[in-house]
Design a protein around this ligand. Structure first.
Ligand code: C2E
Ligand code: MG
Ligand code: MG
Ligand code: MG
Length: 282
């Protein structure tokens, strides 16, 4: 970063930094158009019951089919959407689309949607969710809203009130990327979460150091203790799967089971089941 590089507060002109700023501005104005031009699309990644191998639901993950840049992953534009406030219409679009899809599938599946902390600050998030549920006919009990620990850490009291109103709609709440933020157990206890999602970085390290395994085991127990389901994200190999099954983790998501899929592929997957059965827990 140019600002940190020099000692006197003056930085040499750095063309790469200029490029980055221009790119961001372009991205912001393109994103505004993307919503109007229907360039956003949802992919769906299945969540699998670790006891039965059954698909119990999906997480909706947004992608941007940019006319020039091709498929843009969410980490490249969600930040811009948050900074510009576009996350509000974008988030509503994602929720509507995901609920429509869940209703169209017409099976008792859960649909999980990511909520940004910015959506909590802009307007009444519970009212937004309620109106999308009404508009799409989505049963509230089948919707899972995933949020990160940042929701617990900023504007804690206001966000607690918002989360309580969301919960009152009958939707389920999931703590995403659990373990990566700095929330304390006391916070977790105060917030009415139904699901704990164990961050991929912990799942990654399973099968190596025993300390990492102990950490994941502790999170699973914590979930059980607090009456929350646990979901492990980012399962990429059979060793991780077997360890999580043994620990009693409830659900799993990851490339081993399936990548996030466009709607036709997700529908086909539902019809034929997973390409290979999950072995029963030992
Ligand atoms: P997340 O909610 O934690 O979603 C999980 C991410 O991990 C997804 O990346 C998914 O494709 C990826 N993933 C799943 N299984 C594996 C695996 O086995 N290995 C690896 N390496 N990765 C795996 P994706 O789709 O790129 O999304 C990244 C993040 O962008 C999401 O993290 C979420 O924070 C955000 N995001 C995605 N869609 C939305 C959205 O509609 N709204 C908001 N606010 N954020 C979104
Ligand atoms: Mg998520
Ligand atoms: Mg996650
Ligand atoms: Mg994650």
């Amino acid at each position: 970063r140019a600002k940190d590089a020099g000692g006197g507060g003056y930085a040499a002109y750095d063309p790469s930094m200029h490029d980055a700023v221009v790119r961001r501005l372009e991205l912001a104005s393109d994103l505004r158009l993307a919503l109007e031009r229907d360039e956003l699309v949802l992919h769906y990644q299945p969540k699998v019951d670790l006891r039965t191998g059954e698909i119990i639901g999906f997480e909706a993950l947004v992608r941007w089919q940019h006319p020039v840049r091709g498929m843009v992953p969410p980490l490249d534009f969600i930040g811009v959407a948050e900074a510009t406030g576009l996350i509000v219409p974008l988030g509503r679009w994602v929720l509507t689309q995901a609920c429509r899809q869940a209703v169209a599938w017409d099976r008792p599946l859960k649909m999980a949607v990511n909520l940004s902390v910015r959506q909590f600050e802009a307007g009444d998030v519970a009212e937004m969710v309620a109106s999308v549920l009404a508009e799409t006919g989505m049963p509230p009990g089948r919707l899972v809203l995933e949020m990160t620990e940042s929701v617990l850490l900023t504007d804690t009291d206001d966000n607690l009130a918002r989360i309580v109103s969301l919960k009152a709609l009958g939707v389920q709440l999931a703590m995403d990327d659990f373990g990566t933020g700095y929330s304390s157990l006391a916070y977790l206890r105060r917030f009415p979460m139904d699901v704990l999602k164990i961050d991929r970085s912990f799942v990654d390290r399973l099968g190596g150091e025993s300390e990492d395994e102990a950490l994941v085991r502790t999170i699973v127990r914590l979930g059980q203790r607090f009456g929350m389901h646990t979901v492990a994200e980012g399962i990429e190999n059979e060793t991780q799967l077997a360890i999580l099954q043994e620990m009693g983790c409830d659900y799993a998501q990851g490339y081993l089971l399936s990548r996030p899929l466009p709607e036709p592929d997700a529908t086909a997957l539902l019809d034929r089941g997973l390409p290979f059965p999950v072995p029963a827990p030992a």
